[in-house]
Ligand binder design. Structure first.
Ligand SMILES: [Zn+2]
Length: 304
């Protein structure tokens, strides 16, 4: 009896197992069929992937051809193999390399006329200004077009270099500043260095006049300060011979704007109507900020 029961049980288990197996196999078959179907559909929809060899053959046919191919084909496919690096204009620098040279720690333009000719432009020194500024990592000099209608032209690049008198001197010598005498544009630090002024909070910090930074009582009330007669090393915070003429310096427009606004606010009486209007116009600015004339560009635009 017990044996019979065992056999019956075994039979049931075997039957169940077989059924499950059949169902599983059928599902698997169905699944694989679906998978195959999906793969075929995907293959039909997936655009061909460009591999490195193909891409290089495309690029070697020249830039204009390449652009046509890119526009027609790549835009349609919108897909590249992950290992392919696109460098459409990899050799574009070679044409202009002859106009630059490496001098010690920096690179500079040795033939600005030739460079501009190669870029189909004419170099007229009075139409260009030399912009010099440094970031945390490098010092750069760039020719900017007056009116900003033409592109900027790199003049010098010095990695890991600070704004110092000797660096500026080297750059100006190498770009042949004496010959072209461009107007120079930069922040006040660059201007001060170029004119040989001493760095830091000095008594005579202005290159145009003898504005005294120490007499705070006369700031914004005294309107006339004597002009600087000369920039002689050893006198009135000048420590080096100026590298450029003071008349060639273009002050930064943002500082002119902020300075005008500050002078305007300082001239208003604190108890006057105009000052009260200002306080009402900028409710989020503290009284002290308005009194000190500390405004930013967008706020100034709101007023004028
Ligand atoms: Zn001044």
């Amino acid at each position: 009896m017990a044996m019979d029961f065992l056999f019956l049980n075994l039979r049931t288990i075997l039957f169940c197992a077989l059924t499950t197996m059949t169902v599983f196999l059928q599902t698997a078959k169905n699944n694989s069929h679906h998978l195959q179907e999906m793969q075929t559909t995907c293959r039909a929809q997936t655009p061909p992937i460009i591999r490195a060899q193909k891409a290089s053959s495309l690029t070697s046919s020249g830039i204009s051809d390449f652009q046509k191919i890119r526009q027609k084909v790549w835009q349609k496919w919108n897909l590249l193999h992950h290992s392919v690096k696109v460098a459409t204009f990899r050799t574009r620098n070679q044409e202009f390399e002859q106009f630059f040279k490496t001098v010690g720690y920096f690179i500079c333009c040795k033939d600005i006329n030739g460079l501009m000719d190669a870029m189909h432009m004419r170099h007229r020194p009075e139409q260009w200004r030399l912009f010099i500024d440094a970031s945390k990592t490098s010092l750069k000099a760039v020719h900017l077009h007056n009116g900003n209608k033409l592109p900027s032209i790199p003049a010098a690049y010095a990695p890991s270099t600070k704004e110092t008198y000797s660096t500026m001197n080297n750059i100006l010598v190498e770009v042949d500043y004496k010959k072209y005498q461009w107007e120079v544009w930069g922040d006040f630090k660059v201007t001060a260095v170029l004119l040989g002024l001493q760095a830091g909070y000095t008594k005579y910090s202005c290159f145009l006049c003898e504005w005294d930074s120490r007499t705070r009582g006369t700031h914004y009330s005294r309107k006339h300060w004597p002009h600087r007669q000369s920039l002689t090393p050893g006198m009135k915070n000048v420590i080096h011979k100026p590298l450029i003429k003071p008349s060639k310096v273009l002050p930064p427009p943002i500082h002119i704007k902020l300075g005008l606004m500050k002078n305007f606010v300082k001239a208003l009486g604190v108890k006057g109507l105009a000052f009260t209007y200002l306080c009402g116009k900028f409710p989020r600015l503290t009284f002290e900020k308005v009194k000190a004339g500390v405004f930013i560009g967008p706020q100034i635009r709101q007023l004028f």
